[in-house]
Design a binder for this molecule. Structure first.
Ligand code: TYC
Length: 100
């Protein structure tokens, strides 16, 4: 009985929690062009030209940078879009996801 109550309480608690959010980070490399990264940022992450340029330079200097924070499915879709665009253009550009 105690175990059943405990399980029900745990389930209720989990249902009350906000779903986790995920950071989508873009990684620097030596081959992807700056223009391509800026274009990806505008198309996939819906940033302005100016913001995309700022984020791209930050990644170029620091090795990686934050492109956005989303629910898991959205973050996964954005990462898949980046991977598909990079593959199409034969660039090694990579994304990573981090739980917030
Ligand atoms: N380092 C790349 C260059 O000098 C530009 C670049 C920026 C690549 C950000 C990837 O996520 C990246 N062409």
């Amino acid at each position: 009985m105690y175990q059943v109550k405990k399980t029900v309480l745990q389930e209720n608690y989990q249902e009350l929690q906000e779903p986790s959010k995920y950071k989508v980070l873009l990684l620097n490399d030596d081959y992807t062009t700056m223009d391509f990264v800026v274009m990806v940022m505008m198309v996939v992450f819906r940033k302005s030209l100016e913001e995309s340029q700022k984020v791209m330079i930050n990644i170029h200097k620091n090795g990686k940078g934050l492109c956005g924070i989303y629910a898991f499915e959205v973050a996964e879709t954005k990462a898949a879009q980046v991977a598909a665009m990079a593959e199409q253009h034969k660039f090694p550009l990579k994304c990573s996801l981090e739980e917030e």
